[in-house]
Design a protein around this ligand. Structure first.
Ligand code: SF4
Length: 214
């Protein structure tokens, strides 16, 4: 069981719902899924051993950029998503008791028959798999919350003003659930997972000083 006594356990923000089915005392954050795909050890450092966190200037700038972009986006049409109609909700808090995750989605578009999660990314280059599976997790939660299918979602890369359509297919759904199970296992057992295969990711990592073989 996790483990409310673990000092650095900072959960997602639960609403008044029963504890997650995965058996931890609190839901995991959707951002944990992104971080796990980027490097599984980040989840270990976030949950299993206490490591001081710092808010960098880059993080603060990213937050500001998100807020400003959301305000602009609320005045634009849905045509760039290939949609003719739909209602928009910004910064939507979602939680799934079944999956045991929670997080705040940048934008949820709801049409007569579907929901479409949208994540804004203040990043250069195309979205990576870590962005994709975070979006899939939001799609699964949005389906539960609104009772409509999420067949696709979008990642909006702010600097390049590019929109990437992501299909929410069965394999993506299953892989996302496997990621959640793997994270739960790391937290339950306290086992340090393998480091990322991509060594370049360690250069700017805030956990570099704590990562034994980084
Ligand atoms: S330093 Fe590298 S291996 Fe360690 S947590 Fe960061 S990205 Fe992962």
């Amino acid at each position: 069981m996790i483990h409310t006594e673990q000092k650095n356990f900072v959960p997602g923000r639960p609403a008044k719902v029963p504890p997650p089915l995965h058996g931890l005392s609190e839901p995991l954050r959707v951002s944990d899924i992104r971080q796990y795909v980027y490097c599984p050890r980040i989840v270990y450092f976030n949950y299993v051993i206490p490591v001081p966190r710092v808010t960098t200037v880059k993080m603060e700038e990213g937050l500001r950029s998100h807020t400003e972009f959301s305000e602009l986006e609320s005045r634009r049409t849905l045509a760039k998503y290939g949609l003719e109609e739909g209602t928009r909700e910004f910064r939507v808090q979602l939680q799934s008791h079944r999956l045991g995750i929670a997080g705040r989605l940048d934008l949820l578009i709801t049409t007569a028959s579907n929901v479409y999660p949208v994540e804004f990314k203040d990043t250069h280059g195309n979205p990576g798999l870590h962005h994709k599976y975070q979006l899939v997790a939001y799609a699964l939660m949005a389906e539960e919350a609104r009772g409509k299918p999420a067949k696709a979602g979008f990642i909006y890369v702010i600097p390049g003003k590019k929109i990437f359509k992501i299909t929410i297919d069965e394999s993506a759904r299953m892989f996302t659930q496997k990621i959640i199970s793997a994270m739960v296992n790391i937290i339950r057992t306290g086992t340090m997972p393998q480091r990322t295969r991509w060594g370049g990711r360690c250069r700017g990592c805030e956990f570099r000083n704590y990562c034994r073989d980084a």
